[in-house]
Design a protein around this ligand. Structure first.
Ligand code: NDP
Length: 289
């Protein structure tokens, strides 16, 4: 059964993201207990109604789900290990970014201590928390998700993927990998444009429109990859190799590093050399796994 807005929550970690989450809970009127390794950084939250705990042990006494928003896997383990025996029967929601294997490790650690574990990947920056467009992806304990869905929705749209605790972070990292490749391409393009005197600001406006239009093809590309039939391409690998080769030369001529373009060029070169030039660009996927 989904708990109501009177559920007490404990937040461990008051960096930029932890503060945003705690603030959203305070705004919604939830009894919110907060702890941070470095004390004294959250007067604003106290003013908003949060209770500050001087230690992790005291913070988790407040009852309700315990939410960790720490730097990384190691900091979660370091923070919770000393209080593990006082968390028996409790529900832990870890929103710290962890690799899938680390999330599974934490789930196993939690199971060993009879703690119900839900892992989450935050697809938002702190200023987006509590606004439309923010999403948090969850996997692990269905029971924890179902019980606390209403309060999790106060933070961001909440979606549950399954009981494998590593699933949410796999989605998280796959989406971030997509984002970083796009950001890298933008940096490369901005460097190229600077060589002809166009500012990165101007280029950013244009690139946003172009990338938005191009992303419409992603579901189609996904379907092609799933069929593994690359024989009827819109444009072939050989066509794309020719484009990337030209971008490579243009970049070299403009004195722009090939750091972002070279990996794709290598993948395309290899496929053409191996006789796959007539197949579709999506066949590149087969080189990756
Ligand atoms: P910050 O760097 O702002 O804060 C890190 C927090 O972790 C601080 O509260 C810090 O405490 C604490 N911490 C670090 N090491 C330890 C330790 N060994 N023991 C106890 N506490 C420790 O990071 P964010 O708040 O921005 O991010 C928190 C998590 O949220 C990260 O995993 C991040 O990847 C994830 N996230 C963040 C996003 C963002 O845009 N900020 C977006 C999506 C996910 P102290 O104040 O004492 O240093």
């Amino acid at each position: 059964m989904t708990k109501t807005s009177k559920t007490p929550v404990t937040i461990l970690g008051l960096g930029a993201m932890g503060r945003a989450l705690a603030s959203a809970f305070c705004t919604a009127g939830l009894p919110t207990t907060v702890w941070n390794r470095t004390p004294g950084t959250h007067a604003d939250l106290i003013a908003a109604g949060a209770t500050s705990a001087p230690s992790v042990e005291k913070a988790i006494r407040a009852g309700g789900p315990i939410i960790t928003v720490l730097l990384d896997h190691a900091s979660v383990q370091e923070t919770l290990d000393p209080v593990a025996d006082r968390m028996v029967g409790r529900q832990l929601i870890n929103l710290t970014s962890t690799a899938p294997g680390e999330a599974r490790e934490l789930a196993a650690w939690a199971a060993d201590h009879a703690i119900d574990y839900l892992d989450g990947g935050i697809m938002a920056v702190p200023s987006m928390i509590g606004t439309p467009g923010a999403a948090i992806l969850y996997s692990g304990s269905r029971q924890v998700f179902d019980t606390h869905r209403a309060i999790l929705e106060l933070l961001a749209a909440a979606e549950y993927f399954g009981d494998d605790a590593g699933l949410a972070s796999t989605y998280d990292f796959a989406l971030l990998a997509t984002m970083y490749a796009m950001f890298g391409g933008f940096l490369h393009g901005a460097a190229l444009m600077r060589s002809v005197g166009v500012s990165a600001t101007q280029f950013g406006e244009r690139a946003a429109a172009w990338v938005t239009a191009m992303t419409q093809s992603l579901p189609h590309q996904g379907r092609v990859i799933d069929t593994a039939d690359y024989t009827d391409p819109v444009q072939s690998i050989a066509f794309h190799k020719s484009a990337i080769d030209a971008i490579y030369r243009a970049s070299r001529d403009a004195g722009v590093s090939s750091d972002f373009v070279a990996p794709l060029k290598n993948l395309l070169d290899r496929q053409v050399a191996d006789g796959h030039g007539t197949l579709g660009f999506e066949r590149t996927f087969e080189e990756l796994s």
